[in-house]
Design a binder for this molecule. Structure first.
Ligand code: NAD
Length: 669
């Protein structure tokens, strides 16, 4: 298809004539059939809702088709309207439109749906089993059309994938405001999502899926590398590195697929179990995992030899992770580090698979008999936790990697609670590692995308970012030197690690100073013509953007970890300080109703306006969270916010007074 045909298709939005019906493509990874949760009346409502997008004369033809989709898949995806052009991030100048900012957003949307990037591209799911960009293909088409029409004096309003329309605004306002899954708090149980999503009125945006900020598994490779490296530092008895040590985990899906690569960068042996053969194949063929083994005895033999030779090797085990934990116990194979990244934020709809059942049988059971499926999952979770406990008793360091493993295991009745009955036996990686070492100091997953699509631009931005970090390192306090050093090492190795899947993107953990200085240097390089425009953003899994009591804010101990003021303030603050687009989501990472998370995107075009916006917005986007973490009495954050106040006199944050423990002791005995 030529560029002008592509542009015509974008601009036409909903085609006047019905396009040909599309058969389901078996070569593509599809979302599992969703629960049949609607009553007859509600199914009628779902159809009525879907038909709102189409002229009356097409309704009779579309009704049986949409009803068939609802019956077979539990959702109406409107497959017929999936465009024929290739779904990928194109260079920004290939998009039609009147606003460079809107074109940048189109690029990011297409990247989230790229077949090489998205988990279930035909169901518009980017990652995590249910992380949707849109609910159906008509919403995609309508959104792209609005973006191709809008000017810098309009804002597109997105309600859970539905483009409500263009509203007049001004050039400093966000071009798009996205909400996903925002519901009245009392209606935020998993079945509420199933129902509202089936009705076509809400969607699960995950974090960077519904906010158009996913950059493939690179983001999580970096976060996982940092986590595994620092977990390794925690278990090191004499400052030794991870060589010859074993990391056991599960999941080779959208995000979890990063684990073997990260483990290899961190320098250990990894075993990653995965039940889905397609997922195993994808990661193996991409070179993200070195070897595939499907027999447990072979796996044990291979792991023993890797340990003996201190190899750095990543092994995928095709099968259930619980069988590996149990087998390693029986074979007395010592696991140094253990975790899990199955999609337990979504346990009842395909995020976690039970033992002793094929993938197909499990997929059938979850739709045909959800209760029986739930029991099978809970039994597996109990076995899973029991095997982990037995390994931990022998010395394994196990951490929850933000997939709600501990939460769901506890709900299943597994032996996973600490003695006080309130906390879990094991820390989340944020409590032990990411919170105190990164978030409290403002370090988080800053990222950028080269809108030109040119690999040489990415190389230049890597060099610029590296130079900025090295400069900062010369005057940085000791508290953050390790973080800076890890990230300098990361950016130097980034090209060699071949992390780009989809758009020309890079991730880097940086604090407020680093993010602002890197962005300013990019903007300058754009102004001088050295590089093309850059799209800035970050993962929602960050210092300020996300309130999630068992993950991002699990190291908040003043009782406020179940509040979401920080995330809400963050998105509001970003929106009036110059973000190109902002988003706020219910659900993501750990489950619907369990987290509020938000993010932003920002186009840098080399202008003075872009410089003004980046300075104002990035400063807030990091320091909001540090201020809150400081108020929760987190030592690193108190240090970081005091330092930020010295650097910017207009910043004035309330600092907590610490009470002497002795004064509170025995008060209520
Ligand atoms: N810590 C973080 O920073 C972070 C970041 C992103 C995602 N997450 C969370 O991690 C989880 C995984 O994300 P994802 O995008 O990879 O999801 P995904 O659904 O794409 O992948 C999970 C994989 O686990 C496999 N699986 C399920 N049960 C299994 C079992 N019992 N044994 C072996 N394999 C099994 C599935 O087949 C699937 O391929 C999600 O809950 C997500 O929210 C955490």
């Amino acid at each position: 298809m030529t560029i002008s045909e592509f542009q015509f298709d974008i601009k036409q939005g909903i085609p006047k004539e019905l396009p040909q019906k599309k058969a389901i493509d078996p070569a593509i990874n599809h979302a599992p059939k969703r629960k049949d949760i609607l009553s007859k009346e509600e199914k009628e409502l779902a159809l009525r809702n879907a038909l709102r997008y189409f002229p009356k004369q097409q309704h009779a033809e579309l009704i049986p088709e949409f009803l068939d989709e609802l019956t077979r898949f539990g959702r109406i995806y409107m497959y017929r309207f999936r465009p024929d052009y290739e779904m990928k991030a194109r260079p920004i100048n290939e998009y039609p439109g009147n606003s460079e900012q809107a074109k940048a957003i189109m690029l990011m949307i297409q990247n989230n749906l790229d077949y090489a990037v998205a988990q279930h591209p035909h169901e518009l799911i980017t990652y995590g089993g249910n992380g949707a960009v849109f609910q159906n293909w008509i919403q995609y088409r309508l959104c792209m059309k609005y973006l191709s029409e809008m000017t810098d004096e309009q804002t597109l309003v997105m309600y859970s994938g539905h483009p409500m329309g263009l509203f007049p605004s001004h050039k400093d306002a966000p071009r798009v405001v996205v909400t996903n899954g925002m519901v009245i708090p009392n209606y935020s149980k998993p079945d509420d999502w199933e129902k509202m999503n089936a009705l076509g009125v809400s969607q699960y945006g995950q974090m960077t899926a519904g906010s158009y900020m996913y950059i493939g598994p690179q983001g999580i490779v970096h976060g996982t590398t940092i986590t595994v490296l620092n977990a390794g530092r925690m278990i090191a008895k004499n400052g030794e590195d991870l060589s010859g040590k074993l990391f056991l985990t599960a999941g080779l899906g959208g995000m979890s697929g990063a684990q073997p690569k990260a483990a290899s960068i961190a320098g250990c042996i990894s075993v990653t179990a995965e039940v889905n053969e397609k997922a195993v194949h994808t990661r193996h063929s991409q070179g993200w995992v070195d070897e595939v083994i499907s027999d447990l005895n072979d796996l044990c033999t291979r792991v023993k030899s890797a340990k003996a030779n201190k190899e750095v090797v990543s092994i995928a085990y095709h099968g259930n992770v619980v069988s590996v934990w149990e087998k390693f116990l029986a074979e007395d194979i010592y696991v140094d580090l253990g975790s899990d990244q199955t999609s337990l934020h979504n346990p009842w709809a395909g995020g976690y698979y039970p033992m002793n059942m094929t993938l197909e049988a499990a997929n059938d059971l979850m739709a045909a008999d959800p209760e029986a499926f739930k029991i099978a999952i809970q039994d597996t979770l109990k076995r899973h936790a029991a095997a982990v406990n037995a390994h931990v008793a022998k010395g394994t360091y196990f951490f929850d990697y933000g997939n709600a493993f501990l939460l769901e295991a506890s709900r299943a009745g597994a032996d996973i609670m600490a003695q006080n009955g309130i906390d879990f036996k094991y820390p989340s990686y944020v409590q032990d590692i990411m919170g105190p070492m990164c978030f409290d100091y403002g370090f988080g997953p800053f990222r950028w995308v080269c809108a030109s699509g040119k690999p040489e631009d990415l190389q230049k931005t890597d060099d610029i970012a590296c130079a900025v970090l090295e400069e900062i390192m010369t005057t940085s306090p000791d508290e953050i030197k390790q973080q800076l050093a890890d990230n300098i090492k990361w950016i130097k190795g980034a090209q060699a690690n071949k992390l780009v899947v989809g758009s020309q993107a890079r991730i880097l953990y940086a604090d407020a100073e680093g993010r602002m200085k890197i962005a300013a240097a990019f903007n300058k390089a754009i102004a001088t013509g050295e590089i093309g425009p850059i799209i800035l953003g970050r993962d929602h899994h960050d210092v300020s953007g996300t309130d999630s009591p068992y993950r991002e804010t699990s190291n908040i101990y003043d009782g406020s970890r179940f509040t979401a003021d920080m995330a809400i303030h963050n998105v509001i603050g970003d929106s009036f300080r110059g973000a190109t687009w902002v988003s706020i989501h219910n659900g993501g990472g750990v489950g619907w109703g369990e987290v509020i998370n938000g993010g932003f995107g920002m186009l840098l075009d080399g202008s003075d306006d872009a410089h003004r916006r980046l300075t104002m917005m990035l400063h807030w986007d990091v320091n909001n969270g540090i201020a809150r973490r400081n108020w929760a009495r987190n030592e690193g954050a108190v240090f970081a916010i005091k330092r930020a106040m010295e650097q910017e006199p207009r910043l004035k944050v309330t600092i907590p007074e610490m009470v002497d423990d002795v004064l509170l002791k025995n008060l209520f005995d």
